[in-house]
Design a protein around this ligand. Structure first.
Ligand code: SF4
Length: 373
């Protein structure tokens, strides 16, 4: 198949649904004790709701939403650090649009910009580099966040800054690596995950092999999936086949995009610029061992935290907020008492409600009418 409509073809969808209905009968899963498939990536969460896959699938299959939205796992305190830097004299603070509305305790970057501080939305990390060249009297700080999907672009930008000997450019590094995150998730108590729908875009960088610990150590299928209805239903078929055969593997449904070995050039540039070092705190997941992504020694001169000697904040969530439970698949957004009340896209409490990949945003956008009573 080459064109998008082929991946949304109703006949192909019906055939796959029939197959899923037949296969699920060969398993022990029931409506009360369903097959819990965690989609790691927020892009999958939104596709499930956009195409109504949750309604088409039999009740024995339950999608649970994972921690694969990098904006959603951003701790509140980190936004406060961004705001501290943005308020320094002669700083232009650059970020991607998704991070603008995430609330910290001091408010959001959007609200801070409203107070007159120079905070700009960029569309490519290279935009920040251009700003640095055009404004030599200013300090340009780039807020770099995301999993391995976004790391290569940021890494190349840092390499260019070094080549061009820019002294007014730095990175506030908020990258996160997927494998320590999944390892931490699998060791949390009360986790009921039977299988994983692996992230498509991120796997394009890291490939298939890094997920093998899930199938080997935890006997859970992982199927790296595309984002169209046929992709995702085919991935569910592959998961069911593995469970029926009791043969747990990492399979790659998204072969048209994801090479089994990933992108070797991107992996090399990540390795040159970043290093996995120390533990970091992630919203909903707590402190994750070995998850800290820092600039490597060779590029440390571009570390905004060192340059501006930033303050570290750690805040407790509102006890009623369920962001952590939603991010770890232990709760659906609708079970959060703040959903649609204290927390809406216009007045969000958690990043999951404002990120374009957030699970709460997906429920609010596609199921709001059904859910709010
Ligand atoms: S509704 Fe808001 S507070 Fe509740 S889990 Fe979602 S983002 Fe967090």
């Amino acid at each position: 198949m080459q064109f998008i409509d082929e991946f949304r073809d109703p006949n192909a969808v019906k055939l796959l649904l029939n197959k899923i209905n037949a296969l699920v009968k060969q398993t022990q899963f029931t409506q009360d004790s369903p097959l819990n498939i965690m989609e790691v990536c927020g892009g999958h969460t939104h596709a499930i709701f956009k195409f109504g896959l949750d309604r088409l699938l039999p009740p024995e299959i339950n999608f649970i939403h994972g921690p694969g939205c990098p904006v959603c796992v951003l701790p509140m305190g980190r936004i406060d650090t961004c705001i501290d830097i943005a308020k320094l004299p002669d700083v232009i603070f650059c970020t991607f649009g998704d991070a603008m509305r995430v609330p910290g305790q001091q408010g959001s970057l959007l609200a801070t910009r409203g107070q007159g501080y120079d905070i700009r939305i960029i569309y490519s990390p290279l935009d920040a580099l251009t700003l640095a060249k055009r404004n030599p009297q200013k300090q340009i700080v780039l807020f770099g966040l995301g999993f391995e999907t976004t790391m290569p672009g940021i890494a190349l930008t840092i390499q260019q800054a070094k080549q061009q000997q820019l002294t007014n450019f730095s990175l506030l590094c908020q990258h996160i690596s997927i494998i320590p995150t999944l390892k931490a998730l699998l060791t949390l108590p009360n986790i009921k995950i039977d299988a994983f729908l692996g992230p498509g875009h991120l796997s394009m960088i890291i490939g298939v092999k890094p997920y093998q610990f899930i199938s080997e150590n935890y006997a859970k299928p992982v199927v790296i999936s595309g984002f169209e209805p046929v992709d995702m239903l085919q991935s569910v078929v592959m998961i069911l086949m593995q469970l029926i055969r009791q043969q747990y593997l990492v399979e790659n449904q998204y072969r048209r995009i994801v090479a089994d070995q990933g992108n070797l050039l991107a992996q090399a540039v990540i390795k040159q610029v970043f290093t996995l070092q120390g533990n970091d705190e992630w919203r909903g997941l707590g402190e994750i061992l070995g998850s800290g992504v820092r600039l490597s020694k060779e590029y440390q001169e571009f570390d905004a935290e060192l340059r501006f000697n930033t303050k570290h904040y750690s805040h407790q969530d509102d006890p009623n907020a369920r962001c952590g439970d939603v991010l770890t698949g232990r709760s659906k957004p609708i079970n959060c008492p703040l959903f649609g009340k204290k927390c809406t896209p216009q007045s969000a409490y958690g990043a999951l409600m404002v990120s374009s990949e957030g699970a709460c945003a997906a429920y609010y956008q596609y199921r709001q009418g059904d859910l709010i009573c």
